[in-house]
Design a protein around this ligand. Sequence first.
Ligand code: ZN
Length: 240
Amino acid sequence: MKITIWNENKHEKTNPKVAEIYPEGIHGALAKIFEGTEHQVQTATLEQPEHGLTEDVLNNTDVLFWWGHMAHHEVSDDIVDRVHKRVLEGMGLVVLHSGHFSKIFKKLMGTSCDLKWREADDRERLWVVDPTHPIAEGIGEYFELEKEEMYGEHFDIPAPDELVFVSWFEGGEVFRSGCTYKRGNGKIFYFRPGHETYPTYYNQDVQKVLVNAANWVKPVDRAYPTYGNAKPIEEISAKN
Ligand code: ZN
């Protein structure tokens, strides 16, 4: 599997706390999760030409991870269209945390993707609500993050095809934290945790979910469907 991890890489440069937690950037920490696996991993960031997502890179990507927050508006619409096309063709997409407001996620969902939020060190408990789902494989009934940003319902997304995780927060809110979608030939997984000021991506259960998610969204071997005017497969008999 060829994995590309995209990160806007801004907080790491402007907030010393984030730089301390993620000295090699959030993309660096995410790439490390796949070290030692058979998968090929590369990273791409906003400041690179074409945001590091050239035609060549995307054509050689089976699974794209997306982390963005403060610079969604700086992502060029042309690149968003390019990623969107690749998802419809079958490229898997894993959207992380504040990526709920990214141009690509909103384009794929067609809703505002808005939610409630709070930065108050809430404890988060993520419940597995679909124990049969491959993305939850190896996870217990639930797992916990000692401190996280709160995201609360209502989350303005289309009803997920499958709901894998529901979060509870110490302050009382709940949130649909692990959602799957299919768009065209492509599969999408949204996973909530990962606020930049917490060491969330070092958590073993979070890492397990991300590896499972890559395996789940990866393309199946199937050509893009043929659309448009179609010749009959059988001869159509003359009718009186
Ligand atoms: Zn956040």
